[in-house]
Ligand binder design. Structure first.
Ligand SMILES: Nc1ncnc2c1ncn2[C@@H]1O[C@H](COP(=O)(O)OP(=O)(O)O)[C@@H](O)[C@H]1O
Ligand SMILES: [Mg+2]
Length: 299
């Protein structure tokens, strides 16, 4: 374990041409953090993670991983990191067990008890060829592979996408254990709801640029939530528009959809003065959730 940050980038840039890629990223991730990289598709998340592992070369800037230089020490970095790529490609004819055996050899052996426990935990399918597996079942093999050598740092590109809710829960509990052991996780996602419960801090990327880095707690305070509330009879949405934090309220028949910043308390209390049939939280686009950051950026 080293004293400084586990990951530190300085002016890290990748220019694919026509303004795409990653632009002068300065970011630090400390030991024991579960750190989320959040951004819509094309924001530059995979580019950043690939740069850390020297899978692509930066056009400018540098990165240190586990105190090592990401380029000149890339072999040692890769040996000490568990990586789940976003475009996980597994040999279609190999079975799940064959894939894990391949990665085990690549790692020069792993503790089989750890590997078997992960297989059991994720209920990974070992006896069928990859080409017969669903995306979710492939992702589970990718996760076992990333965690099985008990790396001190995990770099996971969209690990939660495609996992069913039960497996997501196994993944969340694994992250809690990893954090408690002082190990570090950097994971990416394009959905806030996927990562808000498991990460300590978030960096939000947009068009290759860092928009904000803050604790999940602080970001939630300014995040716009949207609730769809179905009443027994029509309710005037103006009742909600007058509330503190409410950004928008609109009704269709007896259903009111309310968007608000911060706590749900005022909205829920006004709703509760009517008969409520159902409440459905809506997953918004990041642009809608972090209005204030995206708004200031475009003016
Ligand atoms: N190999 C590549 N060649 C050209 N452009 C690329 C390449 N990889 C990614 N890009 C572009 O760089 C931007 C960031 O991509 P990416 O890092 O994959 O985003 P994310 O993982 O956040 O969805 C996008 O505009 C994407 O089209
Ligand atoms: Mg990606």
């Amino acid at each position: 374990m080293q004293a400084g940050p586990v990951i530190a980038t300085r002016g890290l840039s990748k220019d694919y041409g026509s303004g795409r890629g990653l632009v002068e990223l300065d970011l630090e991730v400390g030991q024991g953090e579960v750190f989320g990289l959040l951004g819509p598709n094309g924001a530059g998340k995979s580019t950043m993670l690939r740069l850390l592992l020297d899978l692509i070369k930066p056009t400018a800037g540098s990165a240190r991983v586990l105190g090592l230089d990401s380029i000149s020490d890339s072999l040692e970095v890769r040996g000490r990191v568990g990586f789940l790529p976003g475009d996980l490609a597994l040999y279609p004819k190999l079975t799940g067990g064959g894939v894990l055996e391949y990665f085990t050899q690549l790692r020069g052996g792993v503790d089989r008890r750890v590997r078997d426990a992960l297989v059991e935990r994720f209920d990974a399918v070992l006896d069928r060829p990859i080409r017969q597996l669903s995306a979710g079942n492939r992702q589970k093999l990718g996760l076992v592979q990333a965690f099985m050598h008990e790396p001190e740092l995990l770099i996971l590109d969209e690990p939660i996408a495609g996992l069913d809710p039960l497996v997501q829960r196994s993944f969340h509990s694994l992250l809690s254990e990893v954090r408690a052991q002082g190990r570090t996780v950097l994971l990416s996602s394009h959905t806030l709801s996927e990562v808000e419960r498991v990460t300590d801090r978030l960096a939000i990327l947009r068009n290759g640029r860092l928009v904000v880095v803050d604790s999940v707690e602080n970001l939630r305070r300014v995040a716009v939530q949207r609730l769809e509330i179905e009443f027994a009879a029509p309710v005037d949405p103006a009742e909600f528009r007058a509330l503190p934090g409410v950004v928008d309220a609109a009704a269709v028949d007896a259903t009111v959809t309310v968007s608000f910043e911060g706590s749900a308390d005022p909205v829920v209390k006004v709703a509760a003065s009517h008969y409520v049939r159902a409440v459905r939280p809506q997953d918004g686009d990041l642009e809608d959730i972090f209005l204030r950051y995206y708004r200031t950026d475009t003016t």
